[in-house]
Design a protein around this ligand. Structure first.
Ligand SMILES: Cc1ncc(COP(=O)(O)O)c(C=O)c1O
Length: 378
């Protein structure tokens, strides 16, 4: 039986165009981009061109884009590198609904003596702006916020957040790993200082990320060594993956409108079918119109999300309960706890995240099977 993949928030497959664009750099064009000969120089040119085209697509300057190995590396670098470059300020603010790449980085800094505070979020996961304003002070260095939440799909109002943060003269970092190629935005309009991205959420390979850093801000390196990435991140560049993430970004932005329309229609279909069949469920996070396209976190009363997802997996539907990194934990996820999901529902959560490769026929098959299973157990 062929499985249907409904877990695009965990990762996506490499697209054909991305694979083709990377192929030459595994074999014939294998030169080290720092080598000053006919194998190296063309690869330096590829990196430079990719950086320019990515900066144009994201609307920033080329010196503001750095290639990294992952979203996790970008987040670690943004937070630790800023803390290290501005040692006089010791306070950092974030939320309890961040990815562990942020939360564990902040735990690390807290153990080093930093003062970390967490701004409240409401029942849908939106940042409490008044609370944020009250937490900011002259000693606050950085605010780090997850732009689009991987577990509950909440898309933050970055303009409102940035307005408050900038009044207090602080840096703002966004974890935009789930946002890029999922919702439209331009760095020029966001007024933020640092943004982390990861390629494998939009059909580039796993193991390549980007960090945007405002040109005028300092950052200390996380990885010391050679002078790659303007001397800010050492290590021989992964030319194939750099080319891959550029291609994936171009493709993703090209399809963005279709992506939003089609995936929102899939989400609406599932919600309407559950309602029509009188299924007792909650949608964790905001309504379809203000959440990530094709992203559903559904909670069923008195059921176990692991059981439901296991059953669906047995019938050929690959999905998860929460984030892939948390999926082995038996505790309800930190994100669901932070938005206070009702205790009768919290354990019965599954996460479905559609992609452009899914068809409406697949969505219908999945929804029928879900409803059939739920009717059996209730
Ligand atoms: C919101 C968010 N931030 C950060 C990460 C980490 O990215 P990577 O897997 O590239 O390290 C993920 C991946 O699941 C994510 O969903």
């Amino acid at each position: 039986m062929k499985s249907i993949y409904l877990d695009h928030a965990a990762t996506t497959g490499v697209s054909e165009a991305v694979r083709e664009s990377m192929e030459p750099y595994f074999k014939e064009s294998f030169g080290n981009p720092s080598s000053l000969h006919s194998f190296g120089i063309p690869n330096r040119k590829i990196i430079n061109e990719s950086r320019v085209s990515i900066s144009q697509m994201l609307e920033c300057e080329q010196e503001e884009i750095f290639f990294t190995s992952s979203g996790s590396e970008s987040i670690n670098w943004a937070i630790k590198g800023t803390a290290s470059a501005y040692p006089d300020k010791r306070k950092i603010i974030s939320t309890k609904i961040e990815h562990h790449a942020t939360l564990h980085t902040l735990d690390y800094l807290e153990a080093l003596g930093y003062d970390i505070s967490y701004v409240n979020v409401d029942e849908f996961g939106f940042v409490d702006l008044k609370h944020l304003d009250s937490l900011l002070c002259s000693n606050t260095l950085l605010v780090s916020i997850i732009y689009a939440n991987n577990e509950i799909g909440t898309i933050q109002n970055i303009h409102a957040i940035s307005q408050i943060v900038k009044q207090h003269n602080c840096f703002l970092h966004l974890d935009a790993v789930q946002a890029l190629c999922h919702i439209p935005f331009s760095i020029r309009n966001l007024n933020v200082d640092l943004i982390s991205f990861s390629g494998h959420k939009f059909h580039a390979p796993k193991g390549v990320g980007l960090l945007y850093k405002r040109k005028t801000n300092r950052i200390d390196p996380l990885i010391h060594g050679g002078d790659q990435e303007y001397g800010h991140r050492a290590g021989t560049e992964n030319v194939a993956f750099i080319k891959g993430i550029e291609t994936a970004l171009r493709e993703g932005l090209h399809h963005l409108e279709e992506y939003q329309n089609r995936l929102n229609s899939y989400s609406k279909y599932v919600i309407n079918a559950l309602n029509d069949n009188n299924i007792d469920f909650r949608l964790n996070g905001p309504s379809i119109d203000s959440r990530l396209p094709g992203h559903l976190s559904l909670a069923f009363r008195d059921l176990d999300g692991h059981d439901i997802s296991f059953q669906l997996n047995r019938h050929g539907f690959a999905l998860s309960t929460t984030s892939a990194c948390d999926s082995k934990s038996i505790l309800p996820s930190h994100v669901l706890r932070a938005i206070n999901v009702d205790k009768d529902y919290i354990k019965g959560t599954i996460r479905i995240s559609f992609g452009l490769n899914n068809t409406m026929d697949e969505v219908v098959l999945f929804t029928d099977k879900l409803i059939e299973l739920l009717k059996k157990v209730h």
